[in-house]
Design a protein around this ligand. Structure first.
Ligand SMILES: [Zn+2]
Ligand SMILES: [Zn+2]
Ligand SMILES: [Zn+2]
Length: 285
């Protein structure tokens, strides 16, 4: 299995569009090496993970033919993970799709369904996923697990338990377990520390690769919805303990914000045992 990290930042990207903070100035001065675009990835050049506003750039940078992508897994509806207007350019006169299999299927939660169903046509289809129900997509076993994100303080739907407290979410956020031919990958963006249900489900799996949300970077943040370096280290420790991972598991920190990202080398120093992702990083496992 191979994963290509096409974009590795949160919604505002690095350097952020309008930002003059020290980090954004430093990253801007680095040119291409300092750029983290909005997050998204692809497995084996086939199975697309999220479809954010920088997807066009990801197509150019990867050299991949996106007309041949037939399956897209969406984690949640936030704009850095799903740009419906970009997806709509697959329809009508915007694209001549020559491959015989013209259909693209977008997989996700109810909210994602509401947003993309207006695109339904001969080229485009939406499929609703349920947490902890495995589906076969492109020969992969794909299981959506629950992400701790989109927390709604006044909400009463989509409960998750996070560090002993129950929170409600405005939508059913997914993190994805993807398995094929004895290899496995967990793509956990966006989420706070994984829930007990997730950890139970993953127990003993000895995953090949785990990509964890690191939006908060070096910051200690009180609000719930993302992870930072300390959370990544704690989750790695718990996964090694319950057998979700072992010493051969590749851990990746990904999805950075200019608020918590201290720079590549600086974050690597905070995350022993982790690969710190960058745009275009490919890992084969
Ligand atoms: Zn995000
Ligand atoms: Zn900034
Ligand atoms: Zn989000």
């Amino acid at each position: 299995m191979k994963i290509r990290f096409m974009g590795t930042a949160a919604a505002e990207a690095i350097p952020a569009l309008f930002c003059e903070c020290d980090l954004c100035k430093r990253m801007r001065a680095l040119g291409a090496a300092g750029v983290h675009t909005r997050s998204g990835a692809i497995i084996d050049d086939t199975l697309k993970l999220d479809f954010g506003p920088d997807t066009y750039h990801h197509m150019l940078a990867s050299g991949l033919n996106f007309a041949w992508i037939h399956s897209v897994l969406i984690t949640h509806s936030h704009e850095d993970h799903l740009d419906v207007d970009e997806l709509s350019l697959r329809r009508g006169t915007f694209a001549s799709i020559l491959t015989t299999d013209k259909l693209m299927t977008v997989y996700g939660n109810e909210r994602v369904g509401e947003m993309v169903q207006r695109l339904e046509c001969e080229y485009f289809h939406f499929e609703l996923l349920k947490p902890f129900e495995t589906v076969k997509i492109e020969g992969y076993d794909v299981t959506p697990l629950e992400g701790v994100h989109c927390i709604d303080p006044n909400g009463s739907r989509y409960p998750v338990v996070h560090e002993g407290t129950t929170y409600f979410r405005s939508e059913q956020v997914f993190i994805y377990l993807i398995e094929k031919d004895g290899k496995s990958l967990l793509y956990a963006h966006d989420t706070a520390r994984l829930t007990p249900r997730d950890m139970d489900y993953l127990s003993g799996k000895r995953l090949s690769l785990v990509s964890l949300d690191c939006t908060n970077g070096f910051l200690d943040v009180k609000w719930v919805g993302h992870m930072g370096a300390k959370d990544n280290i704690e989750i790695r420790h718990r996964m090694l303990e319950n057998g979700a991972a072992d010493e051969s598991t590749i851990f990746v920190a990904n999805h950075f914000s200019h608020n918590g990202y201290p720079g590549q080398k600086e974050l690597e120093a905070l995350l022993p045992g982790f690969v710190v992702a960058w745009d275009g990083l490919e890992i084969e496992f």
